[in-house]
Design a binder for this molecule. Structure first.
Ligand SMILES: NC(=O)c1ccc[n+]([C@@H]2O[C@H](COP(=O)([O-])OP(=O)(O)OC[C@H]3O[C@@H](n4cnc5c(N)ncnc54)[C@H](OP(=O)(O)O)[C@@H]3O)[C@@H](O)[C@H]2O)c1
Length: 315
């Protein structure tokens, strides 16, 4: 029998992909914010008790990193308390929990990729509350997978990729931060990797996995590393090639004319934001590779694939 899966945050970048992939593995009930508001713990409890899922997959979060600085109480409710309630309820009902966290749990002082067990030291409210969410899940004793991902983008919604494409139709010059290093990760790859892991657990391949056996934190990001400036340049390169070779693209995305001629590297100090961000937050995916034989494509390949499938929305 297919497991019942409760997908929370079905309308987000990652949630949308999960909503496409998870029905291959189980009977999915997908709830967006309208159907389940994470600021109401009783709603979380009621949903879990009503649907009695074998797996809860939580893709919802308060993700507006700068706004979070002035809304700590709300952010904490969604990023820390809600996962704690999910974990508690999952434990009571015998469910397992899949949850997502962030590279921003680290302070960025390392110069080589972070491992799961490296000391955390979040620099902003978003990172702090996400870390509290992780800890609550771990402390609950529920079988869980926490996937820390980073720099997530998609072909729809609001994200760096779509912002750069929009600005490229408006400005001749873009000034983009070069001293923050990370791994931009396409939502589709997170959805695919999650489904792959769950399918391995579900079918018991390798050494008869179970959630309990593999429970823990895993880094799940694109391979390789870049910075926001080089990522922006790569986006414009992809867009230029795609516009030239694919007539439908410009019309479908409002990407004409692309007028940006220069992408100027600047430092974080020249682009002050409300939230501090780590200078280096590349995550080693070695544990994911060891445990599930899973390696995500590098960030450049992922970016190319975002342009290749024609799903970019109007900007
Ligand atoms: N985005 C990134 O760069 C990034 C980086 C590292 C880690 N992550 C983590 O990856 C996961 C998925 O992120 P994402 O990029 O898919 O984020 P996203 O696109 O911002 O989606 C988050 C979803 O959470 C929902 N949500 C927010 N507040 C809610 C509430 N009170 N009740 C119910 N739902 C609520 C949002 O609903 P609405 O659609 O109604 O707003 C949205 O659909 C999160 O755990 C995030 O922390 C993201």
């Amino acid at each position: 029998m297919k497991p019942a899966i409760l997908l929370i945050g079905a309308n987000g970048q990652v949630g949308r992909e999960l909503n496409r992939m998870l029905p291959l593995l189980g009977d999915v009930t997908a709830l967006d914010r309208q159907r389940l508001d994470l600021s109401k713990p009783e709603e979380i409890r009621r949903a879990i008790r009503t649907f009695r899922p074998a797996w809860i997959v939580n893709a919802a979060a308060y993700t507006a990193v700068d706004n979070a600085e002035s809304e700590e109480a709300v952010v904490s409710t969604i990023n820390a308390e809600a996962p704690a309630v999910m974990a508690e309820e999952a434990k009571k009902t015998g469910a397992s929990l899949v949850h997502y966290s962030t590279d921003y749990v680290f302070d960025g002082s390392k110069t080589s990729p972070y491992n799961e067990d490296d000391p955390t030291n979040p620099q902003n409210v978003y990172g702090r509350t996400k870390l509290e969410g992780e800890r609550a899940i771990q402390a609950s004793g529920v079988p869980h997978l926490i996937f820390r991902t980073a720099w997530v983008y998609a072909t729809q919604g609001r994200n760096f990729l779509l912002t750069i494409l929009r600005l490229a139709t408006q400005r001749e010059e873009l000034r983009i931060v070069r001293d923050q290093v990370g791994a931009p990760t396409l939502n589709r790859e997170i959805g695919k990797a999650t489904a792959n892991v769950l399918s391995q657990i579900c079918t018991g391949t390798s050494s008869s996995f179970s959630f309990a056996k593999v429970s823990g934190i895993y880094h799940l990001t694109a391979a390789g590393e870049t910075n926001w400036h080089d990522f922006a340049k790569a986006i414009l390169e992809e867009a230029t090639v795609t516009v030239a070779s694919t007539p439908w693209f410009a019309a479908a995305t409002n990407t004409l004319p692309l007028i940006t001629r220069r992408v100027i590297p600047i430092s974080t100090i020249e682009y002050p934001t409300l939230a501090r961000r780590p200078a280096y937050s590349v995550l080693s995916n070695a544990r994911l590779a060891r445990t599930f034989s899973l390696r995500l494509p590098d960030w450049r390949t992922q970016l190319h694939s975002a342009f290749a499938d024609g799903s970019l929305n109007r900007l």
